[in-house]
Each structure stands twice: as C-alpha cells, then as structure tokens.
Design a protein around this ligand. Structure first.
Ligand code: SF4
Ligand code: SF4
Length: 335
C-alpha cells in the first residue's frame, strides 16, 4: 500500500467550487441538541451546497477505465427491474418473514444482514419514511483491491460493491414484493431518505470507528451498506458491542494514514451525539481527487483478513463481556 503524504494541496479548480458554508456546519459539528441530518453529499447535487463538488468528483474520474467499467456494471444493476407487488398478500408471522428475508439477502449477494425498527431521527431532513422496518445489508470489499487505496483499483472496488449492495437490496425487495407486500430497496452511493450507519449499528453490524465507518467483528471496516424499507412484521436484531470503540481510543493507524489529517483524535458533539468524527472539509478535497480515497478503511487493522477474530478475543480478555464499561471516553459532563 503506498504510504500517504501529508502535504496534500487541493487543486484550485476544485476549491473554486467550494461553497461558503462549511460541511462541518451542515453536519452539525459542535451541536449538542439532537436534530436530523441535513443532506450534504450523494444527494441531488442541485439541492445541496456541496453539489458542484459532487459533480466535479464524477467528472474528475471519468477517464479511468477501471472506474468506467465498474460504473457500467453498477448501472446495469440499478437499471434492472424490481418485481411487481403480487396481488395476493402472503400471511406469514414475524419469524417466517425474518427467516425468509435473511435467506433472500444472503442468496442475493449480501455478506451480512440485520433488521431494526426505523426511527425518525435516522431520516434526512426534508425526507419522510413511512415504513416501520429497515433491513440492513452489508457487502464486503475484496481486500486485495481495497488495500491499493487511494489508487483507482480501490475506487473501482468501492463502486463494484455498491453495485452488489444494490443487487442484494433489489433481491430482498423483490422477494417481499413477490409475496404481495411492498418493499423499497436502497443502495449507494447516492443517498436515499435514511442515514444508513445508525440503523446498521442498531441492527448489530458493529461499532462506529474513529474513521467514521462501522467496524464489524468479522469484516472490519471493509464493507458497504445497502437497505430495504418494509412494513411486513419482523424481529429486530440487537446491537453488537465487542470493544471496537475502546480499541479506537488507543489506536491512531487511520488518523496517521489520512493524507489531509481529517480524522479527529477525540470524539465530538454532532447533533446531540458524542462520537468519532471525520472533518468533512479536510476529507472531501482529497476524496474527490483520489477516486473516493478509502485509505482509512483499508489501513484499519480490523479490516485485514484473519485479524478481526483475534482483536475481538483480545478486547474480550481486556474488558470481559462489558466493553461499554471501558468505553473509550465519556461525553464531557456525562459521567
Ligand atoms: S484504524 Fe484504529 S483508530 Fe482507526 S478506526 Fe481502525 S481501529 Fe479505530
Ligand atoms: S477517506 Fe477521508 S478520512 Fe479517510 S483517509 Fe481518505 S481523506 Fe482521510
């Protein structure tokens, strides 16, 4: 993996598009009161202050053949048809729906699947979600490809996995619709109505890492998310806390590796939550000029194949069954 340099200077033509508002202000950095997330990136570019930068990212990466091939592959999946809702609604209980949906997710290409009840605070400002349940899907990167970040091969791998996430989400939604109930798939990179990381944490995918991505107990941070919204009766999974948060408190591999020094060393208040945070204004220019970057998830020790099991065991030895008790750090004034 090429060693990052920390003397990155964004290209002037990119910075000429920078809006007057900081992305950190849009994200609610420093805000102690809860509120919904505001759309910032991967939404309709005409509706967000950073939209011109989002367009620039696409244009900047047009010429690379690996990126172009991965985008074509993903577009074919996005264009594929979703099954119509069958006229006769099946009558299944929550156990049957849950088992069927999880099997359909794995058969459709997901590597992990979890279910949780939707919460209003996960819906982006300006959007509405009426469904009661969200089915979360995770698709793993090919580590040999993602570890080349920030080379185009890693960017293409991210695009390819977004395609696979969309494919799995469509498979699950189609499975539900073929049984006479509505379901709405969603996969990246374009954001839908829901912020995906909070429900992924709630359904047991893992803990938020210092690099702003989830750390899963088996996949580390080397995976992408997709989701399906539905009203069929389901059973919720529990969150999974195994000590990743406490591990991050003593680790700085990602922050040392981040070329623009965007990964903050300490937790911050963000819209009423005290959590790890990546400086949007520092990350985005590098991200935009390096095919989506992904260095931080590639270097995270949890992402290396064969390592996560050992780290889970190590954290269990250190903190027993209650990693929360050791938690990294507490919100000021909360102890
Ligand atoms: S590299 Fe270290 S600090 Fe960063 S997310 Fe991974 S474990 Fe946490
Ligand atoms: S994606 Fe952003 S935060 Fe992560 S290493 Fe790259 S620039 Fe840093």
């Amino acid at each position: 993996m090429p060693r990052p340099r920390h003397d990155f200077r964004p290209r002037p033509e990119q910075m000429a598009l920078w809006p007057t508002i900081s992305g950190n202000a849009v994200n609610g950095l420093g805000e102690r009161a809860p509120r919904r997330a505001s759309p910032i990136y991967w939404h309709e570019p005409d509706r967000t202050p950073h939209g011109p930068l989002q367009r620039w990212f696409y244009e900047n990466s047009f010429g690379d053949p690996q990126i172009a091939a991965a985008r074509a592959e993903r577009q074919a999946i996005l264009d594929s048809a979703l099954a119509p809702v069958a006229p006769e609604p099946a009558v299944l209980d929550a156990e049957q729906w849950t088992a069927g949906i999880k099997a359909a997710a794995l058969a459709g290409g997901a590597d992990i699947v979890g279910i949780t009840e939707m919460r209003p605070e996960w819906v982006f400002e300006g959007f509405e979600v009426g469904q009661r349940w969200i089915v979360m899907l995770g698709v793993a990167h090919d580590y040999a490809r993602i570890r080349t970040a920030p080379e185009p091969q890693a960017g293409a791998e991210v695009i390819r996995q977004y395609g696979r996430g969309n494919q799995a989400a469509k498979a699950v939604a189609s499975w539900i619709r073929e049984r006479g109930h509505d379901a709405h798939p969603h996969g990246g990179p374009m954001a839908g109505p829901v912020v995906l990381i909070p429900p992924a944490i709630a359904c047991g995918f893992g803990e938020l890492g210092k690099h702003g991505s989830i750390i899963h107990r088996r996949l580390g941070s080397s995976f992408r998310l997709a989701a399906v919204l539905t009203d069929v009766p389901l059973l919720a999974d529990a969150p999974d806390r195994f000590g990743a948060d406490a591990f991050c408190a003593r680790c700085r591999v990602c922050s040392d590796a981040c070329p623009p020094d965007a990964i903050l060393p300490d937790k911050q208040w963000v819209r009423g939550e005290f959590k790890w945070y990546v400086d949007f204004d520092r990350c985005l220019p590098y991200f935009n000029e390096h095919m989506g970057c992904a260095i931080c998830i590639a270097v995270c020790p949890w992402s290396r194949p064969g390592i996560a099991d050992n780290l889970v065991a190590k954290m269990a030895r250190r903190f027993g069954a209650a990693p929360d008790a050791a938690a990294a750090d507490r919100a000021p004034g909360r102890d």
